[in-house]
Design a protein around this ligand. Structure first.
Ligand SMILES: Cc1ncc(COP(=O)(O)O)c(C=O)c1O
Length: 405
């Protein structure tokens, strides 16, 4: 078949990009197909299985006939489980009309931005950030406004930076804690420091993306904006999902809670795309949210042990620098010390894309580079992988560093 006629494609689709992690994953698949032993630490999903009781609940639901269309943005049982979760874990009170479920946190975020952005509306995105915020904002016709955070601030947005980024066109602030890719976690005090700025600008709404809520290290307590600043709940959308907490990425089930008018608009949009999230996944999510939570803590402890081992090894690689992430399962590694150095193939490394391109071709290590996350020069290492694989990856980094001149 020939190439599609360009005229067929909308300008909207031209604004969507392939993410750095998806590009790294694709390139490593190609090299693997050539028989090369690639270590890929680009994945954004737990390497565990969905808990057994969740799988059993889904099987039961199918047998009992829960295989039909449901309410567009969630069954009453799922909404009740989401409301109970917000009450139990975050001290937040919501009614069913405040709650919406979609096919993953990503669809929920997509719904929220598509339902609210007009051309020229701005979305403030602290960098580094999960790339989808900017891509969805673009796709929805809005303008992403990246704000570079500083490593010395733990990659967290300060009140001064937020104030400086807000304009009359600002519609949303995206807050993601724990953060993909930096692992930054905002304490209640740090969130409260942003509140006076948001109070001064009542036209600015906030999306709190809490998807990594339960991957939190060193005994930290989780805080979310709506919890610490109840006066802002009329313009905060709190987004979460079962993907990362319960190792359920493939089930595609995310949810949110916020002002009823926004939630209704999001459901109207979803009704014109996927309609309801899978009825079976909704039944599974009910079991995950209402069921025993011990496995969540056990898995978090495993992530923490991997983090400790990985960060110690990475810090020992000449020219690389990183701090232990406070949550999520990624380390954001500075490769500034490698820039300007020459590879054995004769190429001078000038950007983080050069670094990850070279690591893939020469060391057979697949890692997404920082430019994709809006802050260079870095690359992201996911530790949602077996310890032995992390060890082998670090050996390859040490070996690669030794070849730079
Ligand atoms: C920061 C962040 N938010 C949201 C999501 C969406 O996850 P899902 O669509 O699987 O719920 C991801 C997934 O990688 C993420 O990293």
């Amino acid at each position: 078949m020939g190439q599609a006629d360009r005229l067929l494609l909308s300008s909207r689709i031209a604004r969507t990009r392939i993410s750095a992690s998806a590009a790294a994953a694709q390139r490593s698949r190609e090299l693997r197909a050539q028989g090369i032993d690639i270590i890929e630490l680009a994945q954004g999903e737990p390497d565990f299985n969905t808990p057994d009781h969740v799988i059993e609940a889904a099987t039961r639901a199918m047998r009992e006939g829960q295989t039909h269309y449901t309410q567009v943005d969630g069954t009453p049982a799922l909404k009740a489980a989401i409301i109970a979760k917000f009450r139990r874990e975050n001290g937040l009170e919501f009614k069913p009309e405040n709650v919406s479920a979609g096919a993953g946190g990503k669809q929920v975020l997509h719904n929220a931005l598509m339902a609210t952005l007009d051309p020229g509306d701005e979305v403030v995105i602290p960098a580094p950030s999960w790339v989808a915020y900017a891509d969805i904002a673009h796709y929805a016709g809005g303008t992403p406004v990246w704000v570079a955070t500083r490593p010395e601030d733990g990659f967290k947005l300060t009140a001064g930076q937020l104030e400086a980024a807000i304009t009359p066109r600002t519609k949303w602030l995206m807050l993601n804690s724990p953060s993909n890719p930096s692992g930054a976690v905002y304490s209640a005090t740090e969130l409260l420091a942003l509140v006076p700025v948001l109070e001064r600008h009542p036209h600015v709404w906030t999306i709190a993306d809490d998807i990594y809520e339960h991957v939190l290290f060193d005994g930290r307590r989780f805080a979310t904006l709506a919890g610490v600043a109840p006066q802002l709940t009329g313009r905060v959308l709190t987004v979460n999902g079962v993907s990362k907490t319960y190792a359920m990425t493939g089930w595609r089930l995310g949810y949110c809670a916020g002002p009823a008018e926004l939630v209704r608009a999001m459901a109207r949009l979803q009704a014109q795309s996927t309609l309801n999230p899978s009825s079976i996944s909704q039944a599974a999510a009910v079991a995950a949210l209402n069921g025993p939570q011990d496995i969540v803590h056990e898995r978090c402890a495993i992530f923490q042990a991997r983090r400790d081992a990985l960060v110690a090894r990475l810090k020992a690689v000449p020219g690389l620098a990183c701090e232990p992430p406070h949550g999520a399962f990624y380390v954001y590694v500075s490769c500034a010390g490698w820039l300007g150095r020459r590879t054995p193939q004769g190429k001078v490394l000038e950007t983080d894309a050069d670094v990850t391109g070279w690591l893939l071709d020469a060391a057979h290590l697949a890692l997404p580079n920082g430019a994709g996350y809006g802050l260079s020069p870095y690359f992201r290492v996911s530790f949602a992988a077996e310890q032995a694989q992390l060890e082998r990856a670090c050996e390859r980094l040490v070996a690669a560093a030794a070849t730079l001149s």
